[in-house]
Design a protein around this ligand. Structure first.
Ligand SMILES: [Zn+2]
Ligand SMILES: [Zn+2]
Length: 122
């Protein structure tokens, strides 16, 4: 029974966590979940690009290149609050919040998607 629960816990997608609260406990696995919204922006001209999450849980740009200037570089930006105008660009990440992450500085570094990779995977 305990093993089963552990396995379930490992693969929980937190599907029953509602996206409208900043923090809530997942009813399936009991982890504290933070709803994090991200958008992608062109690194060159700064226009918004549609963000997506890949198989590794990394936030990436869904566009292959910028529709405005053609640049392939992009940065990932975390939104404090999801604005209506950002809905079509934003992707929701249901991140498990641990005690260590609560202590982790919330400041984010522009032009560094490695920072997000680190934060999302740990
Ligand atoms: Zn869960
Ligand atoms: Zn651009």
């Amino acid at each position: 029974m305990i093993l089963e629960f552990f396995k379930l816990n490992k693969t929980c997608k937190h599907e029953h966590v509602k996206p409208d609260a900043d923090f809530s406990y997942c009813p399936d696995c009991g982890e504290l979940i933070e709803n994090q919204w991200y958008i992608a922006r062109c690194a060159c001209c700064g226009v918004k690009l549609k963000a997506n999450v890949n198989k590794n849980g990394e936030v990436i740009s869904q566009e292959e290149f910028c529709h405005n200037c053609g640049s392939r570089g992009y940065v990932i930006q975390r939104l404090e609050k999801l604005n209506f105008i950002d809905i079509r660009y934003a992707v929701l990440v249901k991140a498990i919040i641990t005690k260590e992450m609560m202590d982790f500085t919330q400041s984010w570094v522009e032009n560094s998607d490695r920072f997000y990779r680190y934060k999302l995977l740990k």
